[in-house]
Design a protein around this ligand. Sequence first.
Ligand SMILES: [Fe+2]
Length: 191
Amino acid sequence: MVVDNMGLDHVAIKVRDIERTVEFYTDVLNMAVSDRIGDAVAFLRTPAVAEQSDHHEMNITQYSDEELELLEERGELELDLHQFEEDLPEDGPPMLPTTGPIYHIAFEVPDYEAITDAAEALEERNHPIYRGPGRHGPGNNIFLYFPDPDGYPIELTAKMEETPEVGGRPPKRWPQTPETWNVWRKADNLE
Ligand SMILES: [Fe+2]
């Protein structure tokens, strides 16, 4: 190994329209801009679920004009997020409609109520919801998935199982079933 200890610090994504993206993360997810570089880069921090707040957890970078042209050639410049929502299979695991390498970006919220409140508020905004609220098997965490303006799926998650280095349960291999992804899938009453 090259390091003894570390944690996940921030994620950096490229976006089609940086102003639209900054507006989404600040207005919908209550993040704040810590700094910007020119017109092309923004550093965003989350409202602190944790005690301390770092300078940024996200780095948003505007695609260059050449990259935007490439997206246009591929017919991927404009995204219809509601169309992705319709394309999701009814059955099966909570696969998210992204063809890019980033499958989703998860933010921790305090509790189940924060997740149901978010789901309601997204519905009021007519913003697509991909999956949830539900509860994953591995991690036992509650989830809600929805897209950002570029279609990057955002996960809000709460109550993840703690897995201490010392004294935690041993890893197990879960079956490849929809219930592994959402243990509530068959529940009649989600309350
Ligand atoms: Fe996740």
